[in-house]
Each structure stands twice: as C-alpha cells, then as structure tokens.
Design a protein around this ligand. Structure first.
Ligand code: MD3
Ligand code: FE
Length: 216
C-alpha cells in the first residue's frame, strides 16, 4: 500500500517518518531563519533564559523561556503551565506571528490540520547540557501534537516508547529541522543526551529548540 502510494506520489526526501504519528521535516524552518532569530531576540529581551529547578531539587542544565498565552515552568512545587512568568510577574511575551504560522503549517503538513499552539517552550542547550528521558504530559489534551524546531548545533535525539525502559532510537536533529509528534508518538519517552562541543555559524556555541504546544 505504501509502495503503491509512493509510485503515485514519490516520497519527499525532506520528510521522514520516525514512528507512527512522528514526522521529521528536514530543513523546513530554514527559509524562515531570519524572522525566527529576530523574534527570538525580542522574546529573550522580555523573558530571559533561566535555569529552572525540578521538584526533586535539581537545577536543569537546559536554560528555558517561553512565549505564548502559557509557558511551561518547573520549581520545587512541580511542573505546570502558567500564564505568568514567575521571574517578571508579567504574562509571557506574545507568540510571534512567524512562530505561529510556522508551527501551524508544519502540523498541517504532518497531518494535523487543526493544531493551533498557545504555548512555545524555548530550550537553550550549551555544550554539556542534556534533557533526561521524559514524557510531555502537562498539556490538557494529548490529541494535539507537539511541533519542535531545532536551531544551532546538532543534537542526538533519543526516541523511546510508552514505557521508560522501552528501547530508544536515535535521530540527529539539525539546524532548521522541524519535527511533529502526535498520535501514537505523543506520549513516547524522549530525551537529548549531552550536547557535544561545537560552534554553529549562525547560533554560536549553542542549540535552541522551540516546542509548540496546545497547553491550555
Ligand atoms: C516526542 N525538548 O521541551 S524536541 C521538551 O530538543 C523536549 O529540546 C527536546 O523534549 C529538545 O519537552 C526534544 C522533540 C520533542 C518534543 C516533544 C515531544 C519530541 C517529543 C513530545 C512527545 C514525543
Ligand atoms: Fe519533551
């Protein structure tokens, strides 16, 4: 059936199916690079990157900020979405139109035509930073996918199953790659092992990942 489909409509080489519901669109953000980077600069001016503390008392090696109606936060009391940035006491910066348009277009391309994000978590990795294996389950409705945009240094991404001990597969995520995680992949465990040392021509010594969510 897949072969028949490919014969009619040849597979787009920039599109990879990672798992049921998980689609990788290689380089899809590259044509919006300049708009994304200037929007990012404005967001970080209002809501700077910070290292949050987990409920267990660990300071995360990944620095984070948010834009949109809600932002993901963690502190000693737990993980949650909040409309207010706890550092400023103000609402998170608005979601820029170029972020919103990119996320909606990528989700539609991956087969989720109704996705409208209300939150964008922005992760900054410097060499050595890592995100241990976890599930994203603070969002209200898991029928909505998550869209991620990778910028800067390349990272290995670990993609597991519905149980923490399920085997993981590894994918390289590079500058400009967009991935959409929905359906049967939505609650899969995933993580990013220590970022390797390097220097990216546009982003310098870091990796930034935008994850668009329908949280509220
Ligand atoms: C698979 N971020 O912010 S993006 C996160 O590269 C997060 O910063 C990683 O995991 C990063 O929660 C990975 C890819 C990603 C995001 C969400 C997912 C993969 C996902 C949700 C479900 C399954
Ligand atoms: Fe995650």
């Amino acid at each position: 059936m897949n072969d028949l489909f490919d014969a009619i409509e040849p597979r787009d080489p920039s599109r990879e199916v990672m798992a049921d519901g998980a689609i990788l669109l290689r380089g899809s953000a590259l044509s919006f690079e300049a708009d994304i980077l200037s929007a990012l600069q404005a967001i970080v001016g209002q809501a700077p990157f910070r290292h949050m503390t987990t409920p267990g008392g660990y300071v995360m090696s990944v620095a984070m900020t948010n834009c949109g109606a809600a932002g993901w936060i963690t502190d000693r009391t737990g993980y949650r979405y909040d409309r207010i940035d706890p550092e400023s006491g103000q609402p998170w910066p608005a979601m820029p139109d170029c972020f919103l348009g990119l996320a909606i277009a990528a989700a539609a391309e991956a087969g989720y035509p109704h996705f409208v994000p209300d939150a964008c978590l922005i992760n900054r990795y410097e060499p050595g930073a890592r995100l241990s294996l976890h599930q994203d389950k603070n969002e209200r409705d898991f029928a909505n996918p998550i869209v991620s945009v990778s910028l800067g240094l390349p990272a290995t991404f670990q993609f597991g199953g519905l149980k923490r001990n399920d085997p993981v597969r590894k994918f390289a995520l590079r500058h400009g790659d967009i991935a959409v995680w929905g359906g049967r992949s939505r609650l899969c465990y995933h993580g990013v092992p220590e970022l390797k040392e390097g220097e990216h021509e546009k982003m310098g010594r870091m990796r930034i990942n935008l994850t668009f969510r329908s949280a509220l």
